[in-house]
Design a protein around this ligand. Structure first.
Ligand SMILES: NC(=O)c1ccc[n+]([C@@H]2O[C@H](COP(=O)([O-])OP(=O)(O)OC[C@H]3O[C@@H](n4cnc5c(N)ncnc54)[C@H](O)[C@@H]3O)[C@@H](O)[C@H]2O)c1
Length: 250
């Protein structure tokens, strides 16, 4: 097992990509904290994984809120004595283009998609420094690498910020054996995109841009996260890893 004796916190782990990462990390022996603001779904998910014999805890966490991070990290430190892996996965997308999006909506997207990973990184670094280092994995998107014409500008802006937050943390904190990498999925079928994919035209657009001709599987993304979390990626720091069937190669 690749994550034996490791403790991981996955934000937005109650459903979708975060849940798939939680399942994969559990399978590989990690103690997993599912940090999410959706208490009902998070408790359900944690309960189901616990019933399968895994070591899983639900942590009520609003990634935009500094006090929530302080409390959450203090709880993990108390219960588990430290942390080895943080996956900054929670994210939202308000699907309006730049002409229609209000400043308030823009602030909301920034506060979850940028402030969330920023605060998470800030509060885990002291734990990682006190331990043996650690791995931070930031969930960006193909939209953090290209100006994706089907996607709102605000979302692309937030995911681009995550790409460079990753590289700047990697360059400053590598000296403490803290690795920081980002993952860039193309469209994956989760609650985040299900409404949009109900429109056959938009589904066709999304499939048409992928050289491999299919949506990203949740397991494709989770396996990439597993690699970056594991000791096998011990010399991988500051990369932006597309999991996109070739979208960003075109
Ligand atoms: N699904 C895709 O096609 C796709 C593609 C590229 C990147 N991504 C990124 O992957 C990540 C996960 O996306 P998903 O598709 O699984 O989304 P999702 O909507 O299915 O799940 C997101 C989870 O984040 C939680 N969350 C939202 N705001 C939060 C907050 N403030 N604090 C704590 N938790 C919060 C939600 O409760 C939910 O459980 C996001 O960062 C998203 O931008 C998704």
């Amino acid at each position: 097992m690749k994550l034996m004796n490791k403790t991981a916190l996955i934000t937005g782990g109650a459903q979708g990509i975060g849940l798939s990462i939680a399942e994969t990390f559990c399978r590989e022996g990690a103690v997993v904290y599912i940090g999410d603001m959706n208490e009902e779904q998070g408790m359900k998910t944690a309960g189901e994984l616990t019933a399968q014999g895994y070591k899983v805890h639900f942590l009520l966490l609003n990634v935009s809120d500094e006090a929530s991070w302080k409390n959450g990290i203090a709880r993990i430190q108390k219960e588990s004595g430290g942390l080895d892996i943080l996956v900054n996965n929670a994210g939202i997308n308000i699907r309006k283009n730049i002409e229609e999006m209000s400043a308030e909506e823009l602030d909301k997207m920034y506060s979850v998609n940028i402030k969330g990973p920023f605060l998470g990184t800030k509060y885990v670094i002291p734990l990682f420094k006190a331990g043996n280092g650690g791995s931070i994995i930031n969930m960006s998107s193909v939209c953090g690498l290209i100006g994706h014409k089907f996607t709102p500008e605000a979302y692309t802006t937030t995911k681009g910020a995550v790409t460079l937050l990753t590289k700047s943390v990697a360059s400053r904190y590598g000296q403490f054996n803290i690795r920081c990498n980002s993952i860039h999925p193309s469209t994956a079928d989760t609650p985040l995109v299900q409404e949009m994919l109900k429109d056959p035209e938009r589904k066709k657009e999304r499939l048409g841009e992928v050289p491999l001709g299919r949506m990203a599987g949740l397991n494709d993304i989770a396996e990439a996260a597993l690699y970056l979390a594991s000791d096998e990626a011990g010399f991988i720091n500051g990369i932006a890893l597309p999991v996109d069937g070739g979208v960003t190669a075109c």
